[in-house]
Design a protein around this ligand. Sequence first.
Ligand code: SF4
Length: 460
Amino acid sequence: MTASVFDLFKIGIGPSSSHTVGPMVAAGTFLRDLQAANTLERVERVVVSLHGSLAFTCKGHGTDRAILLGLSGERPDEVDPDDVEVIQEQIRSSQSLRLLGGRKIGFNEREDLVLDFKNFLPAHSNGMRFKAFDAMGTELASEVFYSIGGGFIATEAELTSVAPMIQDDVRLPFPFKSSAEMLEMGQVSGKTITTMIMANECARRSETQVRDGIMAIWNVMTGCIDRGLTGEGKLPGGLSVRRRAAGIHRELITDAGRNAKLPHDCIDWTSLYAIAVNEENASGGRVVTAPTNGAAGVIPATIRYYREFFPASSDDGIIDFFLAATAVGSLIKQNASISGAEMGCQGEVGSASAMAAAGLAAALGGSNEQVENAAEIGLEHHLGMTCDPVGGLVQIPCIERNAMGAVKAINAASLALKGDGEHHVTLDAVIETMRQTGCDMASKYKETSQGGLAVNVVAC
Ligand code: SF4
């Protein structure tokens, strides 16, 4: 099923969509299901175990904190990032938590939140098991959730089912499952990719709601850039990584003021915007998954580049950007994955770069074939990129990698727009190549911090 723009771009908090946002949603969902079944009142103990990648990078990605927040009823798009530390500290110091913000139960984190490094759950490397018990210690409920990237979660049954993950009863006018189908539907209908995606979105909500919703997402993104431009000091987590965006920003403004701009000035600005977002993400701030948190800087940086370096840029262009990016993100999600735990970083920054390339090409008036070509170039040149975050933190290489992904997206869009849309490698072929490469990739390169830079850079 074609993902909506509002599935792929979700407002949340950092540092990780699969390791922070997904687990928070899963913890809340587990308890809300109990509430719906009138069982929550009997719960006196909750035990959570984290498996695979969620266990290995738990501390660095704040998964433990996310579980505490989710059990307390907090939601990623509503929680105030400034309250997160306070809530966590209250739970830890009192050894108790309020179920969905209501009744208080004991919660001993050492015993009730287990990092299981030995046992991977069968369906996905990001597995979580939740159990609820009554006062007598009798198990009331048990559920396994998987965090499958981009803040999406699935139960064991959902993940092993042949039914599509994203489903509703809505019949979409353009339900393409491949880029070949997308281009064919465009040709037959005479519509652009962005018009087709807008028609799909309008099957679920009005055009005004879609446009307002997209602009609200863009406002959160650009607000995130602005906050990132002022953040100083070191990022949390113990790696002592210094925030760079504010310093680079000052330097670029000074250079402009004394006419010392370098020819590649726009590259510096684009990189700066991506770094600003990812420093905010690494700090646990408010970000938009695009399509994940680790890759959250690529699309905002590319849109801000479009906004600031093209005099003819407009809100309509931004909306087209999001719609074309949605077409590409949806194809990748349907036919491969946007999860670093499944595909390595090619699935996160690679997907974001492909989406941004398509978005920029569309905003600049590219044909359907040029938009597809831009996405193909953006993804092709991320193939094989592993995920190896140092210390399990979404900082090195993630922050700089977003800057590279944004610059590559601009390059890809530009190359595609210089051509006529004809090209040898199709987007479908690259997505399938990424899927195969991701399946062949050793698990140590898929968000476990067991290989690559994570073992060759001293984390101290
Ligand atoms: S290396 Fe890439 S995939 Fe891995 S956490 Fe960082 S941004 Fe995400």
